[in-house]
Write a protein that binds this ligand. Structure first.
Ligand SMILES: Cc1cc2nc3c(=O)[nH]c(=O)nc-3n(C[C@H](O)[C@H](O)[C@H](O)COP(=O)(O)O)c2cc1C
Length: 193
């Protein structure tokens, strides 16, 4: 089993990475592989098409996705939004029904608004949203701050534990004949016709 981790920060090894790493430790300890993609950095360097393609390919075989973003002006980073807009438009089929979680890293405020934006992508693609014991956030301006945020780190570990439990439950269910839901053809209306 594998979980794809998305670092929406331009900083490769900043706070978001530190929080994602805490989740990865728990997943790895439960025998689940992880692969991290530095989406924010690639997007800001003009490589958005490449990173969308790389992640879409990884999601063909991965079982779940966790998206992390720093808070920029009380929202997810522009880079991660641009990435998710393209990924969900072009590769919804490799995401559908796979569990997902979002996390936010902020110095101070804007975390719940950020989580709200991120979770809406998952809901669009029928992805079960994995929760923790508070809202999925850490606080800090640098990785040392995050490592001092004991509550935040516990929230991250709990995401890892809950994600492991859901993935193993799905795998066990499949072995015993619990199939994925049949997806109806999409009805697509607007308010004009
Ligand atoms: C452009 C920009 C905007 C930011 N806006 C906010 C904000 O609205 N609220 C906040 O608490 N922190 C804000 N921050 C701080 C970062 O969210 C915070 O330091 C975060 O933990 C950085 O994560 P990273 O190291 O993974 O990039 C902002 C940082 C930048 C660079």
């Amino acid at each position: 089993m594998k979980v794809v981790l998305i670092n929406g920060s331009r900083r490769e090894k900043g706070c978001t990475y530190t929080a994602l790493s805490e989740i990865a430790k728990v997943l790895n300890g439960n025998g689940i592989d992880t692969e991290i993609f530095h989406v924010g950095l690639k997007a800001v360097n003009g490589q958005i098409n490449e990173i969308v393609k790389e992640v879409a390919e990884a999601m063909e075989t991965a079982d779940a996705m966790i998206v992390g973003s720093p808070v920029y002006y009380a929202s997810p980073s522009g880079e991660v939004i641009a990435f998710l807009d393209r990924l969900f438009t072009t590769a919804e089929d490799v995401l559908t029904l796979k569990p997902a979680a979002s996390i936010a890293s902020a110095r101070r405020a804007g975390t719940t608004a950020t989580l709200d934006v991120l979770n809406k992508y998952f809901m669009y693609a029928q992805m079960p949203v994995i929760s923790s014991r508070y809202w999925n956030m850490v606080h800090g301006s640098n990785p040392d701050d995050v490592m001092k945020d004991e509550e935040g780190l516990q929230i991250m570990r709990t995401i890892g534990t809950n994600m492991s439990w859901i993935l193993k439950s799905i795998e066990t269910g499949r072995k015993y004949g619990v199939e994925q839901p049949i997806i109806e053809d999409k009805i697509f209306t607007n308010f004009i016709r």
